[in-house]
Design a protein around this ligand. Structure first.
Ligand code: CO8
Length: 261
């Protein structure tokens, strides 16, 4: 595999088709500042462009995934600057990544940290994980998608509860609510994330990217538009060598050898 670039606020490792991006500011509970934004989005774009990477894991060092936007940096931010620079809009670059992203939530995922996790495609949580949108305690509101993605993920009742009270929800409640796909023992979190990533990495990259595109389209379209979009993507998949190989392998009772073509 190729060697990833190095960054100030994150660790990046490539191994066996998986890029692991670790938020690495444990002293501030991986609070998200502009450098973190630039580092994470650049590392994710690099991994997306690198042919040796087939899935991406995003996690945090220490006891937090990320405890939100960096309050110390944000405290002096004024309206004019934030508005003119469209402050923190750059996080949307993560949504341009076509390869599947797994958020392995190891601890606190609060405010922008919860919102960052929700930008991933699959969320798995350590039993120690805690989720919340505590911005209201700071006299502000979610600003990186908490009011939108959380509401779509867990519905109005729980989203209002979390955003208006600022309370935290534990991993079990997060799974029950539909925010996370799996909860695992804390020490098994990375292993589980790697196992999911390896499973995805063994598939056709074209098919996994199309799955991601189709599921995400469900949040942007009416049902009829979404069904039509999915059907057209399916039709397109018939033009790939991986479709011929996948179906031939099934009929010949052997493992497919996908070539991402
Ligand atoms: N920003 C900066 N520093 C932080 C943050 C943060 N979000 N969270 C924790 N830290 C720092 C603490 O200040 C402390 O630093 P120091 O040792 O220098 O005092 C260190 O991390 C350890 O934290 P604690 O001592 O507080 O650790 P505890 O285990 O006692 O508490 C908590 C853990 C409960 C997670 C607590 O740290 C906390 O409540 N943190 C803040 C959580 C929060 O309010 N998050 C939301 C921030 S706002 C936001 O995310 C908005 C996103 C949208 C942006 C807008 C886009 C347009």
């Amino acid at each position: 595999m190729s060697t990833p670039a190095t960054y100030e606020t994150i660790l990046v490792e490539y191994a066996e088709g998986i890029a692991t991006i670790t938020l690495n500011r444990p002293d501030s509970l991986n609070a998200l500042n502009l450098t973190v934004l630039e580092d994470v989005t650049a590392a994710a774009a690099d991994a997306d462009a690198d042919d040796s990477v087939r899935a991406i894991i995003l996690t945090g060092a220490g006891k937090a995934f990320a405890a939100g936007a960096d309050i110390k940096q944000m405290a002096s931010l004024d309206f004019a600057t934030a508005y003119r620079k469209n402050w923190f809009a750059g996080w949307s670059r993560l949504s341009d990544v076509s390869k599947p992203i797994i958020a392995a939530v190891n601890g606190f995922a609060l405010g922008g940290g919860c919102e960052l996790a929700m930008m991933a495609d699959i969320l798995i949580a350590s039993e120690k994980a805690k989720f919340g949108q505590p911005e209201i305690n700071l006299g502000v509101l979610p600003g990186m998608g908490g009011s939108q993605r959380l509401t779509r993920a867990i519905g109005k009742a729980k989203a209002m509860d979390l955003c208006l009270t600022g309370r935290m929800m534990d991993a079990e409640e997060a799974e029950r609510s539909g925010l996370v796909a799996r909860v695992v023992a804390h020490d098994a979190l990375l292993e589980e994330a790697e196992s999911i990533a390896a499973t995805i990495a063994s598939k056709s990259l074209i098919a996994s990217s199309m799955v991601k595109e189709a599921v995400n389209a469900a949040f942007e379209t009416t049902l009829q538009q979404g069904l039509s979009y999915e059907r057209r993507l399916f039709h397109s998949s018939l033009a790939t060598n991986d479709q011929s190989e996948g179906m031939a392998a099934f009929i010949e009772k052997r493992k497919p050898d996908f070539t991402d073509s």
